[in-house]
Design a protein around this ligand. Structure first.
Ligand SMILES: [Zn+2]
Length: 122
């Protein structure tokens, strides 16, 4: 029996969801990167996590991380090499609420930001 698909935890949404080549002569169908794919790129390539650690962070198996990450890299390469616009949207994920034992983020950026704004001025 197949196990139910685990929700992929995402701690941080992209700051921008749309990228396009500066050379606008290069028109083409945008490459769509999903938010969970974006998160593996963020954790592995930007934060330097291993695939193992990335899996723990997102509450998914390392093999799943590998699949998502491979797909993400392929899409990035397509956009870069062919000069295509890139859009980040959709995917199978849930946003981190910052309360999980596994979560190494200490609360996602959004929540940290919110808390900061709530605190009274010094
Ligand atoms: Zn988090």
């Amino acid at each position: 029996m197949p196990r139910p698909m685990k929700c992929r935890k995402v701690c941080r949404l992209p700051r921008t969801q749309e990228f396009s080549p500066a050379n606008t002569d290069l028109a083409g169908q945008p490459v769509i990167l999903t938010v969970d794919e974006f998160e593996t790129l963020r954790l592995i390539d930007k934060e330097g996590l291993s695939q193992e650690a990335c899996g723990t962070y997102m509450n998914i198996a390392r093999t799943t991380v590998q699949q998502i990450y491979t797909s993400a890299r392929k899409k990035l390469a397509d956009a870069l090499v062919d000069g295509l616009p890139l859009r980040i949207e959709g995917g199978n994920y849930r946003l981190c609420d910052g309360k999980e034992a596994h979560c190494g983020c200490g609360g996602c950026q959004r929540h940290r930001q919110a808390r900061k704004e709530e605190s009274p001025p010094e």
